[in-house]
Design a protein around this ligand. Structure first.
Ligand code: SF4
Length: 314
């Protein structure tokens, strides 16, 4: 839950989650929909999916016992070197390395290096060596790693580092101009254009669920629509077309939403549109939901609906 999300925002979600799933077996046997329901609002649903898949693996392959080594942790879905190192050192007090953005910054400044990514072997080797030296001097690995991250967060800050208070001051090669290290990285964006339709019937909206293996899998959203192929019957009144800009991780999405309203509730109109959407976009689960009780959904759904409804009701 803490990946990409601040502690204060996570606490209420964590408390509800742990009450509903008090142990790894409870999580492994839950349905993905139940897990998503408790995750709703946190975003980045792939974390919830991976967490459940990891719980299943622990129950099925390790008989419900948690892994004991960094490598075993990394073999679980969604757990990379950072999380494995954090669990092994902080929970199990093993001399395992952690490299986060703070550690990279301290490393770059200490060695006066530019452009080091957290994935670079060099910084991981340095962190491993240091935590092992610390352990050989009877320092607790969990304290050492947390101290390194805190040093970056509180002393060796991105702007205006407090070099005169830093315990590494005497050996730091970058202290005369810390702002040079590490070099700022440019974010690389992927631009995506999407066409979706917003079909309203009274206070409900039609949503589709992405299949396993598709982007945003298991989550509900407005149906994709190839506007050239979808020709709706007269029961659907076209309202408008609006554009919404969404940011989802590194994707910049421009979404065009065509909104239609059903003239009168008409079963034939619903089955016609369901058939058309299935045909054009390979989406099998389609349903109407009350607008104020949306099921677990992708990051852009609420914003898209707000925009579509604001124009529809003016
Ligand atoms: S001396 Fe300054 S730049 Fe060097 S590690 Fe300490 S805070 Fe960072």
């Amino acid at each position: 839950m803490l990946q990409q999300t601040q502690v204060a925002a996570v606490i209420p979600y964590f408390e509800k989650f742990i009450k509903r799933f008090p142990d790894v077996r409870a999580l492994a046997s839950a349905s993905l929909d139940d897990v998503y329901a408790l995750w709703a609002g946190l975003g980045y649903y792939s974390r919830a999916r991976n967490l459940k898949a990891a719980a299943e693996k622990i129950v099925n392959d390790l008989n419900g016992h948690f892994p004991m080594t960094v490598q075993q942790w990394q073999d679980l879905p969604g757990i990379g070197p950072y999380t494995a190192g954090a669990i092994a050192s902080i929970a199990l007090n093993q001399p395992a390395a952690i490299v986060d953005g703070n550690v990279v910054r301290v490393f770059c400044r200490l060695h006066a290096k530019k452009g080091v990514s957290p994935k670079r072997e060099e910084v991981w080797e340095w962190a491993k060596k240091n935590v092992n030296v610390a352990a050989s001097k009877k320092l607790q690995p969990r304290d050492f790693n947390q101290a390194m991250m805190e040093l970056g967060a509180l002393i060796c800050t991105p702007k205006n580092p407090k070099c005169m208070e830093c315990p590494l001051h005497s050996s730091c090669r970058g202290k005369s101009n810390p702002a040079l290290y590490p070099e700022a990285k440019k974010k690389t964006w992927k631009d995506i254009e999407e066409n979706v339709i917003c079909l309203l019937s009274g206070d409900t909206v039609m949503l589709m669920r992405s299949k396993s293996g598709q982007w945003r899998q298991g989550l509900w959203d407005l149906p994709n629509a190839d506007r050239n192929k979808i020709k709706l019957q007269n029961n659907w009144i076209p309202l408008h077309s609006v554009k919404v800009k969404l940011i989802v991780t590194q994707h910049r999405i421009t979404r065009t939403i065509e909104t239609f309203e059903m003239a009168t509730k008409h079963t034939a109109a619903i089955s016609q549109v369901t058939r058309l959407i299935r045909k054009t976009s390979d989406q099998t689960e389609i349903n109407f939901f009350p607008i104020d009780q949306l099921p677990p959904h992708g990051t852009g759904l609420k914003k898209s609906l707000q925009r579509a409804l604001a124009v529809a009701r003016t």
